[in-house]
Design a protein around this ligand. Structure first.
Ligand code: HEC
Length: 118
């Protein structure tokens, strides 16, 4: 049990592995202005958009499957500022950027305090 907790913490503190670096640079180049550095939907362009860009580390987005999110990335989201990327990015780049978004969920520390144990 102690061992499990130990290794879990190790994973949380680790830097994103090399495979994610491509996703990270793609994200910084194409997505960060709207979705924000940490994916919280607070990029510099966000205040000027309605509806506001999604919080990619929200429970609602996390719960969506890779397939659903890849579809949104490829085709954009109707009636929002979210553009479709299928012309601009090859499929493996769309996947790399999705992996990076998933890693933000895993690696970011939640600003909300852990709920008290009953
Ligand atoms: C011009 C601003 C803008 C840019 C650039 C942008 N997005 Fe978005 N994105 C939005 C908006 C607005 C939404 C819709 C709001 C929502 O889904 O909550 C959205 C929604 C999404 C969603 C759907 C979230 C969900 O829960 O369904 C994903 C995934 C996403 N964006 C990924 C990306 C990726 C990856 C990039 C870069 C390749 C990117 N976005 C670039 C504005 C932007």
């Amino acid at each position: 049990m102690v061992l499990l907790i130990g290794s879990g913490t190790g994973i949380l503190l680790a830097q994103p592995p090399d495979g994610l670096q491509r996703g990270q640079s793609l994200y910084r180049e194409h997505c960060m202005d709207c979705h924000g550095t940490a994916g919280k939907g607070d990029g510099p362009k966000a205040p000027f958009l309605s509806p506001r860009p999604g919080n990619l580390v929200s429970a609602a987005t996390s719960a969506k499957t890779d397939k659903e999110l890849l579809r949104t990335i490829a085709q954009g989201k109707p009636r929002t500022a979210m553009p479709g990327w299928k012309e601009a990015l090859p499929e493996e780049d769309q996947q790399a950027v999705l992996q990076y978004i998933r890693s933000l969920i895993q690696f970011s520390r939640s600003p909300t305090a852990t709920p008290p144990t009953p």
